[in-house]
Design a protein around this ligand. Structure first.
Ligand code: G4P
Length: 284
């Protein structure tokens, strides 16, 4: 499935990250708290080598609190250092990050140089701007991490590189690609908008049917996602010659999800990942 990241891009990103990480003492990996597994890059551990990594579960304001707690506990059980936050808020973010970096990179010689990395749209630039206290130009979502770097002082002993390292999203896994698309992390995807909305409606009908009912005033119990989308389209006046305009209805559903009109949502739990990883290899 082609979603804008081709082997050439990934190769370039990989080389640039390896080069950039050579120059830092520690790494801040940003993932989206709504989909921590799908928004990470599985190769980061390999790319970071023995560099200490602080894993930030960002956009916690958009995620379900109980599942964010489960994710945090899951990563801590794996021995990872984590921080849950919302890069848009101003609550002591710098202090919290500083403390964690000093903790995980204590053997390094100060000043400790740190770099933020992550796939596109997880909030790297927002976090950098927050830490810098000013708006730093956003880099494109193309791999390019090393040019014109400035340093942001998080404290006397910790310096942050102002340009994030861009990792490629986990699009080879269909489930992750759909979750990334629902969250808005991958745009211009090769997956049809209607299919993304149908995936989202199936998820909502399974996990939060009550929210669908109260938002759209429709009966969703036991209904196929396509019928639910059709009903939403009719209710919201998304009509075209010959019937419901499914594309417009899909836009409404996805905009509602991304703007939290259906409440905070987390699209995967640690249990889902365990089930996924334990699934036996398919044989033909
Ligand atoms: P990136 O550098 O990793 O590519 O991500 P970036 O900071 O550009 O953030 C992507 C989108 O996510 C932005 O929204 C940003 O405002 C939003 N965002 C980042 N962190 C948080 C967070 O903790 N909570 C919430 N609710 N949103 C967050 P956008 O709509 O693309 O841009 P804008 O309208 O904010 O300018």
């Amino acid at each position: 499935m082609a979603i804008g990241w081709y082997p050439g891009h990934m190769n370039k990103a990989r080389k640039e990250i390896i080069h950039a990480l050579k120059q830092v003492h520690a790494v801040i990996e940003v993932v989206d708290a709504r989909l921590p597994y799908s928004s990470e890059n599985p190769l980061l551990n390999e790319l970071a080598g023995d560099k200490p990594v602080l894993k930030i579960l960002n956009k916690a304001d958009l995620a379900e609190d109980n599942l964010t707690k489960e994710w945090n506990a899951y990563y801590r059980d794996l021995g990872k250092t984590t921080l849950v936050l919302s890069a848009k808020s101003t609550n002591y973010i710098k202090r919290q990050i500083l403390d964690k970096i000093l903790d995980i990179a204590s053997h390094g010689k100060p000043p400790l140089k740190v770099m933020i990395v992550g796939i596109p749209n997880v909030g790297k630039s927002t976090l950098i701007n927050n830490l810098a206290g000013t708006k730093i130009a956003k880099t494109g979502n193309e791999p390019a991490v090393t040019k014109g770097q400035q340093i942001i002082r998080l404290g006397d002993d910790v310096h942050l590189v102002d340009t994030p390292g861009i990792l490629w999203p986990k699009i080879e896994d269909q489930e992750s690609a759909f979750r990334l698309a629902v969250s808005g992390a991958i745009k211009n995807t090769a997956i049809e908008l209607e299919d993304i909305a149908l995936y989202a409606l199936e998820f909502m009908a399974e996990k939060h049917p009550d929210r669908l009912v109260s938002r759209y005033d429709i009966d969703v119990i036991g209904e196929e996602p396509a019928r639910v989308l059709e009903a939403i389209g009719k209710l919201r006046g998304c009509l075209k010659k010959g019937g419901v305009d499914f594309h417009k209805a899909a836009e409404i559903v996805l905009n509602d999800i991304r703007s939290v009109k259906l409440g905070p949502l987390t699209f995967e739990s640690p249990l889902d990942i365990k089930i996924f990883q334990e699934k036996p290899e398919q044989t033909s």
